[in-house]
Design a protein around this ligand. Structure first.
Ligand SMILES: *[C@@H]1O[C@H](CO)[C@@H](O)[C@H](O)[C@H]1NC(C)=O
Ligand SMILES: *[C@@H]1O[C@H](CO)[C@@H](O)[C@H](O)[C@H]1NC(C)=O
Ligand SMILES: *[C@@H]1O[C@H](CO)[C@@H](O)[C@H](O)[C@H]1NC(C)=O
Length: 461
């Protein structure tokens, strides 16, 4: 408001002083004229402010949380307040997850690209547009980055409403998964380039056993709020006598009472006196038939090249087609659970193109690990082309045509997730162009039928 008022004031002054027609004899009156101009401007200022306040309060009544957010955001910068309708439509498909709120814990941090029930939890309108987009499209997707410091521990926990698929971009970790029934415990080491899978409601933990940070890129199969319970929170929420009877420790309930809940949230835990607490850590690896249910060596898997780059897949294959024995265990494990994801790394060579295509049976979400690119999305009625770089999350609702082009000197590397546990169904632009009869194309594009012979047949994939 202040800015707007100031601009009007300045403009009026300029107009008056440009009014060169003022007669000379009135020069001695110019002070008074200036005063008048000033008063008029002041009045204009006041009126503008009043109107502005009125408009704002009207909007405020209708969009309380929205206004609250933009006001907060304006604290830091002088940029004008965006209206929701002013947010670039690209943010339906793009989220700068690196700009999102950093949830810090003693042992690391988490950032999210997700839907929120409470709009006040969005940091920006762009984030809100993205959150609403993945929810409105029933995407079955939530994305998060999980950074764990050396020796840090993502506390044992489970998710009520989602399977979790993760890709370790950096570092090495020791993981535990506790299944239902006989509570079989599976533990295994994971290194960069490998994939983990935690079915809904399995208790799992992640311990950084390397010297550098671990960076996990995580996809959860829900477009609602992710619901999670940490084991320590479950413990401290259980009455002492109930816990004592369930766990039957020596010393009974008195021993249970010696446990003290930490003030800080221990979601990612790293006690300062860890070396005193832990004397004998061993990192056991369970047998293959257990481990490969929850683990896949994506980096070491078969490469599927295409003209602009190469895919590698962590997915279900009917009859294990093209998979080795260990990979078949993973494939069958995915197939046993509902709503699993297909994961892939996509490397697009410098200047390479992942040509326009769409999927019949899956939403797609991706994260840029390295490089930079240009993306185009066409949804019915919405078209958007935009640039992507490291740390960006992209989202393509099922059926939307999209392409990805690598635009810098290095390869563009993405981790992609598709919301199908079945085989991904895809149609590419050259396929549907070639598949359409040439006289239909001629009629459609007002072009002679012969001209369509200039399009070469698509290479068989
Ligand atoms: C360390 O732990 C392992 C497995 O829990 C156990 O077999 C071993 O005896 C322990 N060693 C010491 C010195 O406590
Ligand atoms: C798992 O990693 C830890 C820490 O690097 C190492 O001590 C252990 O030997 C590894 N286990 C296996 C089975 O590779
Ligand atoms: C899978 O195996 C079954 C029985 O062995 C066979 O009938 C079927 O054709 C196979 N499917 C594919 C896609 O290979």
């Amino acid at each position: 408001m202040d800015n707007q008022g100031f601009e009007m004031y300045g403009e009026s002054i300029q107009k008056s002083s440009n009014g060169t027609e003022w007669p000379r004899k009135e020069e001695r009156n110019s002070k008074w004229s200036l005063m008048k101009v000033f008063l008029v401007c002041l009045l204009a200022c006041v009126i503008t402010t009043v109107i502005g306040v009125l408009v704002l309060s009207l909007v405020y009544v209708n969009h309380v949380p929205f206004i609250r957010e933009t006001v907060i955001k304006d604290d830091g910068t002088s940029s004008p307040k965006p209206e929701e309708k002013d947010v670039d439509i690209k943010f339906q498909f793009l989220n700068h997850v690196t700009n999102s709120k950093v949830h810090k814990y003693p042992g690391g941090e988490i950032q999210w690209a997700r839907y929120r029930n409470d709009v006040n939890e969005y940091q920006s309108d762009e984030e809100m547009v993205f959150g609403r987009s993945i929810n409105n499209h029933r995407s079955k997707m939530t994305f998060g980055t999980l950074r764990i410091k050396s020796k840090g521990l993502r506390a044992p926990h489970w998710h009520f409403n989602a399977n979790e698929h993760g890709y370790l971009a950096q570092g090495s970790a020791w993981i535990g998964v506790i299944g239902a029934d006989n509570s079989v415990v599976t533990t295994y080491n994971v290194t960069a380039g490998q994939v983990i899978f935690f079915p809904r409601n399995t208790v799992h933990w992640v311990k950084n056993v390397g010297s550098e940070d671990c960076l996990f890129l995580l996809f959860f199969t829900t477009h609602e709020e992710l619901q999670t319970l940490d084991v320590d929170d479950a413990f401290f929420s259980t009455p002492e006598d109930i816990a004592a009877r369930a766990l039957r420790p020596q010393g009974g309930v008195n021993f249970i009472r010696t446990f003290k809940k930490q003030e800080e949230d221990q979601a990612i835990n790293l006690p300062p006196n860890l070396n005193e607490l832990v004397k004998n850590a061993t990192y056991v690896q369970s047998p293959d038939n257990l481990v490969w249910q929850f683990f896949y060596d994506l980096k070491g898997s078969a490469e599927y090249p295409f003209p602009g780059g190469v895919f590698q897949w962590a997915r279900y294959r009917i009859n294990g087609t093209g998979l080795n024995e260990k990979e078949k265990i993973f494939s069958e494990s995915l197939n046993k659970h509902e709503n699993t994801l297909t994961l892939a790394t996509l490397r697009i060579f410098s200047n390479g193109l992942g040509q326009p295509h769409f999927h019949f049976n899956a939403n797609e979400m991706g994260y840029v690990i390295s490089g930079c690119g240009q993306v185009g999305v066409i949804l019915s009625g919405v078209t958007s082309n935009f640039n992507i770089g490291i740390g960006d999350v992209i989202f393509f609702p099922v059926g939307t045509q999209h392409y990805i082009k690598s635009v810098c000197d290095e390869d563009l590397l993405l981790i992609l997730a598709y919301s199908t546990g079945n085989q991904l169904e895809t149609l590419r632009m050259d396929d549907y162009f070639h598949g359409t009869a040439d006289h239909i194309l001629a009629q459609l594009f007002f072009k002679h039928q012969d001209e369509f012979k200039k399009f070469p047949r698509p290479a068989k994939k």
